[in-house]
Design a protein around this ligand. Structure first.
Ligand code: ADP
Ligand code: MG
Length: 686
C-alpha cells in the first residue's frame, strides 16, 4: 500500500470529497489515516426510550421537530427535538449549539448519549453527543445481538467534511488498515511494543476501538512513533552540523589571562567551566552549537565577552544579538568599556542607530570586530567580513528563522560558532527532542556576596503600610527602585494600574524623589536616554512596563515593585525580579495584587524561591513545555499526539534512535526519511 497516494485514489472518494478533504489539510492516504479521532463516546449500553432512568444514558432513534429559539437576552440559543425509537419518545435540548438543528437527516437513525433528567417539571435528554448509526456500527459491538453498538470515535470538525461523513470514509477503508506497512525500524534494542504490524494495529485501534484500553494502547504507540521521528530528526541534524566547516579559533592563554585580569571580580567556578567549554569548542573546525544557561544575574555576559575577545584575537569577527534595544545598548556600553582598552573595535547596531550605512560599511570591511545589535542586525544589507562567532543573548526570545538569518551571515561554506544564552533552562525532555543538537553549559551559582532577593506578596491596599516605608528607606540609603505596571495608560477595558497614573501618584506621594517613566511606545532614543539617566543614578524611581524585563543591569537598584503581579507569567516575573539583586546590596521584590483572593501558585512559588531552575520546573508543570520554548511558542511544532512531558516514552525512543543510527542506514527506510523532514527544520539551530 502506498500511503503517499492521493486520497482520491481510494474507492468511494470522488473529486468533490477529495477537494473538500484537501481544504481540511488531508491530501494523501497517510493524512487520512493519521487524522485521529479527537475523542470517543461510549455507546455500548443502549437503553430503549421506554426503559429510561435518570442518569447518563445511550439511546438510538430518529429525531424530528427540530427547532431553535432564543432566550430573553438572545444570548442563549436553545435547540430542541424529539427522539423516537418505537418504544417511546423523549425531548432533547442543546444550548448554544444551533448547528444541531441542521445536523440530522430525516428518517436516519442516530445514537445519542447524554444525561436524562428532570428539568422544569419535564424529563429531557440534555445536550447529548450524537453520531449517525449504521448497520456496520455493530461490527465493534460488545453485544451485537442487542443492536447495541460499540465505542465510537468522534472526529474533528476541521477535516474539510462533516465528522459523520469522515467517520464513514474511514469505515469504508477499514480493510486497508491491514495493509499499512511498518514504519519504525524493527532492529535490535527497541521496546517490545515495536513489532511487525504495530503501526497498522495502532491505527486500527484508534479508529475502530473495542474499548478505552485499546485506544490508550494505540495512542501510546503513535505517540512513541512521533517522538522517534522527532528525536531522529534532531540526531541527524547534529550529524549534519558536525559535517559543517567553521573557522577554528585557536586559544591563547595569555589573552584570557589579560582580559580576566582586567575584570573587577574573580569568575565563579561555573563561569570558569563555561568559558573553558566554549574556548575548547571554538578551536574546532566544526561549528560550536552551545547553550549557556545560567540564572538571572549569574554573569553570562562576561563569559560571552571573554569568548568574544579570544575569538577576535584569533582573527574572527563576532556578532552579539540581543532582543531589545535597551539591552543591546547596555551590552555595547559594558563590552566597549571592557574591550576597548584591549584594542577591540565594537559597534552598536539598533533601529535608532544613526549613520547606519556608514556603520555597515565598516562591518563589511571588517574594521569593526564586535557588532552588538538587535533585529536591525539581521537585515540583508548587514554584511560581515569574516563572521566566525555569533552570540545570541536571551535566545528563547528568538525564533528559528531569526537565528538562521544570523548564521547565514558568515562566509560561504562556513558556519559560525554559535553561543546561545538563556536564563530559562531547557528542560531535559526538550534537550533530548527538539534541542538535540545542542550542547549545554550551566552556571549553577550566583557570584559571591549576593544575598537572595527578599520577595513579598502584598495586597494593593497594604502598600501604604508595607511598601511606601520601604521605598523611602531604600532611596534614603542611595538606592533606586523599579516600579513595573502592566499597561501604559489607563484604559476603560483594563483595571490594571498604568505607568502614567502610577508615576503621577508617586510624584504626589514622594515629592522629594526623582521619578521618571518608560514604556515601549516611546521613541528608542527617548527610552535610551531615560535608561541612561537611571543607570547614572539620576532617577530614584523608574516606573516602567516590562520593557526592562530582560537583561538590564543597574546594580544600584535594590527594590522591584510589580503591580498587578497576577497578570504576568512565572518566567517573566522571575526575569523582572532579576533586575534587582545585581550588586552587593540586599534587594527586595514586592508583588502587588489587587483583590482579596489567595495568591496564585505562581506568586507563592516566587515568594518561596529565587532559583530560576526550580521555578522553570514549576512552570513546566503548570503550563507544559509547549508554552515555554521558541519554536513551540509559535505553534510550528504541532505534535499530533505525543507530549513533550512524557519523559518515559522520550527516553525509550531516544535509546531506540541511538541504536538505529548505529546499526542501520536510513536509506533503507524511505518513508521514515521522508516523514522526518518536517521536523528537521525545527530541531536545528543551524
Ligand atoms: P546574566 O547572567 O543575568 O546575563 P549579567 O551578565 O548581566 O547576568 O551579570 C550580572 C551582574 O553580575 C553584572 O553586574 C556583572 O558585572 C556581575 N558579575 C558577573 N560575574 C561576576 C562575578 N564573578 N563576581 C561578581 N560580579 C559578577
Ligand atoms: Mg543577561
Amino acid at each position: 500500500m502506498n500511503l503517499d497516494a492521493d486520497v482520491e485514489t481510494l474507492s468511494g472518494i470522488g473529486a468533490k470529497t477529495a477537494e473538500a478533504l484537501r481544504r481540511g489539510g488531508i491530501k494523501t492516504v497517510r493524512d487520512l489515516f493519521y487524522s485521529l479521532p479527537r475523542d470517543y463516546e461510549n455507546y455500548q449500553n443502549l437503553t430503549r426510550i421506554a426503559d429510561l432512568k435518570p442518569g447518563k444514558v445511550v439511546i438510538k432513534g430518529t429525531i424530528d421537530h427540530l427547532n431553535t429559539h432564543y432566550g430573553k437576552t438572545r444570548r442563549l440559543a436553545i435547540t430542541e427535538g424529539i427522539i423516537s425509537d418505537g418504544s417511546a419518545s423523549v425531548r432533547t435540548v442543546w444550548f448554544n449549539q444551533a448547528y444541531r438543528a441542521k445536523q440530522f437527516q430525516p428518517g436516519k437513525t442516530y445514537l445519542f448519549s447524554g444525561n436524562f433528567e428532570l428539568k422544569y417539571g419535564r424529563y429531557q435528554l440534555t445536550s447529548p453527543s450524537s453520531t449517525l448509526y449504521e448497520a456496520d456500527d455493530l461490527e465493534n459491538a460488545v453485544r451485537p445481538e442487542e443492536e447495541s453498538p460499540g465505542y465510537q470515535p468522534i472526529y474533528s470538525m476541521h477535516l474539510g467534511i462533516k465528522p459523520d461523513q469522515f467517520k464513514r470514509l474511514i469505515r469504508r477503508s477499514k480493510k486497508l488498515f491491514a495493509e499499512i506497512p511498518d514504519l519504525l525500524p524493527n532492529t535490535t534494542s527497541k521496546p517490545t511494543f515495536v513489532k511487525p504490524r504495530a503501526r497498522a494495529d495502532a491505527l486500527f485501534e484508534v479508529h475502530f476501538p473495542k474499548d478505552q484500553n485499546a485506544v490508550a494502547r494505540g495512542r501510546r504507540y503513535l505517540a512513541y512513533e512521533e517522538l522517534f521521528e522527532l528525536i531522529l530528526a534532531a540526531r541527524l541534524n547534529k550529524q549534519e552540523n558536525q559535517k559543517l566547516k567553521s573557522e577554528p579559533l585557536p586559544f591563547e592563554v595569555e589573552n584570557t589571562k589579560q582580559i580576566i585580569g582586567s575584570l573587577p571580580f574573580t569568575l565563579t567556578p561555573g563561569q570558569k567551566r563555561a568559558t573553558w567549554d566554549i574556548l575548547k569548542d571554538l578551536e574546532k573546525t566544526t561549528p560550536m552549537n552551545r547553550l549557556l544557561q545560567g540564572d538571572v544575574g549569574s554573569g553570562k555576559t562576561v563569559v560571552a565577552a571573554i569568548s568574544a575577545y579570544q575569538a577576535i584575537k584569533a582573527g574572527a569577527q563576532v556578532a552579539l544579538l540581543a532582543p531589545t534595544a535597551i539591552l543591546a545598548a547596555q551590552h555595547a556600553e559594558s563590552l566597549d568599556a571592557l574591550l576597548k582598552p584591549l584594542g577591540v573595535q565594537t559597534a552598536l547596531l539598533i533601529g535608532s542607530t544613526k549613520n547606519k550605512a556608514e556603520l555597515k560599511k565598516h562591518i563589511k570591511s571588517g574594521e569593526v570586530d564586535l557588532v552588538i545589535g538587535t533585529h536591525a542586525l539581521l537585515t540583508d544589507d548587514t554584511e560581515f567580513n569574516r563572521l566566525a562567532f555569533a552570540i545570541i543573548d536571551e535566545q528563547h526570545r528568538f525564533g528559528v528563522a531569526q537565528r538562521q538569518k544570523l548564521l547565514l551571515k558568515s562566509p560561504e561554506n562556513e558556519a559560525p560558532h554559535l553561543l546561545a544564552m538563556t536564563a530559562t533552562p531547557i528542560p531535559r525532555s526538550l534537550q533530548l527532542t527538539i534541542f538535540g543538537d545542542l550542547t549545554v553549559s550551566t552556571i549553577p551559582e550566583l557570584p559571591q556576596g549576593r544575598q537572595p532577593i527578599e520577595t513579598k506578596i502584598i495586597r494593593e491596599i497594604d502598600q501604604k503600610q508595607y511598601l511606601y516605608p520601604k521605598v523611602k528607606e531604600e532611596i534614603k540609603k542611595g538606592r533606586q527602585v523599579y516600579w513595573i505596571c502592566k499597561s501604559i495608560e489607563d484604559s476603560p477595558k483594563e483595571e490594571t494600574v498604568s505607568v502614567k497614573k502610577q508615576a503621577e501618584a508617586l510624584k504626589t506621594l514622594f515629592p522629594n524623589f526623582t521619578i521618571d517613566f518608560l514604556h515601549g511606545r516611546m521613541k528608542p532614543a527617548e527610552k535610551d536616554e531615560k535608561m541612561q539617566k537611571f543607570q547614572a543614578g539620576k532617577t530614584d524611581i523608574l516606573v516602567s512596563t516590562t520593557v526592562v524585563e530582560v537583561g538590564v543591569n543597574v546594580p544600584n537598584a535594590t527594590l522591584m515593585v510589580i503591580m498587578d503581579a497576577e497578570g504576568f507569567g512565572l518566567a517573566q516575573l522571575h526575569q523582572l525580579r532579576g533586575r534587582v539583586g545585581r550588586g552587593k546590596h540586599q534587594s527586595y521584590c514586592f508583588l502587588v495584587k489587587a483583590g482579596e483572593e489567595r495568591p496564585s501558585r505562581r506568586l507563592r512559588e516566587l515568594e518561596k524561591s529565587t532559583s530560576g531552575f526550580h521555578l522553570a520546573e514549576v512552570d513546566l508543570k503548570i503550563r507544559g513545555p509547549g508554552e515555554i520554548y521558541g519554536a513551540l511558542q509559535s505553534g510550528a511544532l504541532d505534535l499530533r499526539i505525543a507530549t513533550l512531558t512524557d519523559t518515559e516514552l522520550i527516553s525509550l525512543a531516544s535509546r531506540h534512535v541511538d541504536r538505529f543510527l548505529k546499526d542501520s542506514d536510513l536509506k533503507n527506510y524511505p518513508e521514515l526519511a521522508q516523514v522526518i523532514q518536517k521536523y528537521q527544520q525545527l530541531t536545528t539551530l543551524n
